[in-house]
Design a protein around this ligand. Sequence first.
Ligand SMILES: [Zn+2]
Length: 224
Amino acid sequence: MQLNNPNQNRKAVVIFSGGQDSTTCLLQAIQQYGKQHVEAITFHYGQRHAIELEKAQWIAQDLEIKQTLIDISLIKSITQNALMDSQASIQQQGTIPNTFVDGRNALFLLYTAIYAKGQGIHDIITGVCETDFSGYPDCRDVFIKSMNVTLNLAMDYSFNLITPLMYLTKAQTWALADELGYLDYIRQHTHTCYLGVEQGCGTCPSCELREKGLQTYLASQMPS
Ligand SMILES: [Zn+2]
């Protein structure tokens, strides 16, 4: 379904990991901007599992979206965390789980903005979300707004950082996927598991959040 809307000649770049959230953002962007006006950027930063990148590449190809891969794996040499270290177990340390990568979203946004400006693109879409999530400081709206100002000043250019999922619960993100007509697609093809298990391990915090949100959404759709 192609909507007639004011975005018709605008272009957008979506920060795309191949997970549920960024895939939902990519599908929404395709609907809003038109496929030919949407690009994806995928970051390689030494993730524990190659499966994440493979899924992201498969989805971008399947949706016929131009995808640019950017390698920022040097981050591994200066910081440590459970998302990148295959030996580490995933745990909560105070309010922040050890899957948090310091500076990750700031880097993603900076590199994406540099790329976007080069392409004449103003709209940058990211699936970060402060609801329901693990207390990652760089997923907060206040950080995104601050980064938007910083990027505009850094490059003397007007970026629009767009966060469609910022205040949605996981159940509401599933509802959005369903509205877009892609609920089953996202269930089948996206990858969210911290442990890199195909179809999800079912027990890591990411799988639990995803499954709980899905069950909540599906239950809300049952005829009462
Ligand atoms: Zn899992």
